[in-house]
Design a protein around this ligand. Structure first.
Ligand SMILES: *Cc1c(COP(=O)(O)O)cnc(C)c1O
Length: 384
């Protein structure tokens, strides 16, 4: 049996242990220290418009992307009884924190080109929610698989109705929209460093904003909201969401290879396109123009059985599985999930079709040409 090819694996640089060792050597085995400070600086420099020069994007490192979404909602003033507009085509982690703050998600369909939040359905949802008596308190668009949301359109609608945007860029570190970093495109943004993302700290996340005060407030809330006083005094409910100085050491080592990882994941995408573009009924999740730059965290395809002689996404997935290759269906939309069955939804079946036809191909940065060949051959086998 050939060695297993996984969907998306961590890929270390070799320097991570050096920074972890530093933390141990200096006894900074806690939720403060040089690794956290440096990791945040690296991220800020990477995300800022004029990378390496003036910092205009700010970051608080946290224990997970989910924690960052939770704090983001709190900082945008979302609370019990509120409604939050959320892209339906996403991972449950985008929507769960809406419940943590006692609010209700209102799901919005995707558009067929970016696979991300449809501006048209977003507007329709806002108008209808207001007509029903409640203006939504926040909008959560998602840069899915690294593909940037059409943020100009989303932001224009958000500004028109004065609703803040919390960009879920958990999968999109290194992606840009009109040359600006994903994560920095809304009022606040979220990154994840979970083990399967483009870089990892094993588990971790960050809250991002161009508003320095919001990011400072996130730091305050993430460290039990302690007031400035010699004794322990608290005026707000706090959380224990800060990133540890140990895992921030992994992050420092990973930031040194981020550019390389983006290149490698994009190279996987180019390889798949080169060998699969002519397969009937097979299309790629693609950048629409030079305004869109995806890190191609995952390469995703659609299989339209009407054009592929009846071959389905599931046929391909199962055949790849029999070749010891892991491919996964794209996200099942949140409005189809049992746990969110009662939530309002605005759409026209785009994300439902994506789910029926979509497949994520192995996309790790450690893949070798031989691995990519095996995946391509596995797919082409079915069309013989
Ligand atoms: C991974 C992910 C998250 C959650 O991040 P964690 O760090 O795992 O908590 C949120 N949203 C999306 C779209 C993700 O892919």
């Amino acid at each position: 049996m050939n060695e297993k090819i996984w969907l998306s694996l961590a890929h270390l640089s070799g320097n991570e242990m050096k920074y972890i060792q530093e933390a141990f050597d200096t006894n900074w085995v806690t939720s403060a220290g040089k690794n956290i400070d440096e990791f945040e600086k690296q991220l800020e420099s990477f995300l800022s418009d004029d990378a390496g020069n003036e910092t205009n994007v700010f970051v608080t490192a946290l224990s997970s992307g989910t924690a960052a979404l939770h704090l983001g909602l709190l900082l945008l003033g979302v609370g019990p009884g509120d409604e939050v507009l959320c892209q339906s085509f996403t991972y449950a982690a985008s929507a769960n924190p809406i419940y943590y703050v006692g609010a209700t998600p209102v799901f919005v369909d995707s558009e067929p080109d970016t696979w991300n939040m449809s501006p048209e359905h977003l507007r329709r949802a806002i108008i209808d929610r207001i007509a029903k008596g409640k203006k939504p308190k926040a909008i959560i668009p998602v840069d899915q698989y690294g593909m940037p949301v059409k943020m100009d359109e989303i932001n224009a609608i958000a500004q028109e109705y004065e609703i803040p945007v919390l960009e879920d860029a958990a999968e999109a570190l290194g992606s840009t929209y009109k040359k600006k970093a994903c994560g920095s495109l809304g009022d606040m943004g979220v990154l994840s460093f979970n083990g399967n993302k483009i870089i990892t700290t094993s588990g971790g996340g960050a809250l991002v904003s161009r508003n320095k005060q919001l990011v400072k407030n996130a730091l305050h809330l993430s460290t039990q909201a302690r007031d400035v006083a010699p004794h322990y005094q608290h005026s707000h409910i706090g959380y224990n969401y800060r990133m540890s100085n140990i895992i921030a050491g992994i992050g420092r080592g990973q930031m040194e290879v981020l550019e390389k990882r983006i290149e490698q994941r994009r190279a996987n995408n180019i390889y798949y396109r080169q060998y699969l573009s002519n397969v009937p009924g097979l299309t790629f999740h693609s950048e629409l123009s030079s305004d869109f730059f995806s890190n191609f965290w995952l390469t995703a395809i659609l299989i339209n059985p009407e054009k592929s002689a009846g071959i389905t996404r599931e046929d391909i997935r199962l055949h790849l599985e029999s070749c010891n290759i892991e491919a996964r269906p794209v996200w099942k939309p949140m409005h189809q999930q049992p746990v969110f069955a009662d939530c309002p939804y605005y759409g026209e079946g785009i994300s439902d079709r994506l789910f029926e036809q979509g497949l994520c191909l192995p996309s790790s940065s450690i893949l070798k040409e031989n691995d990519l060949q095996r995946v391509v051959k596995g797919i082409l086998d079915l069309y013989k």
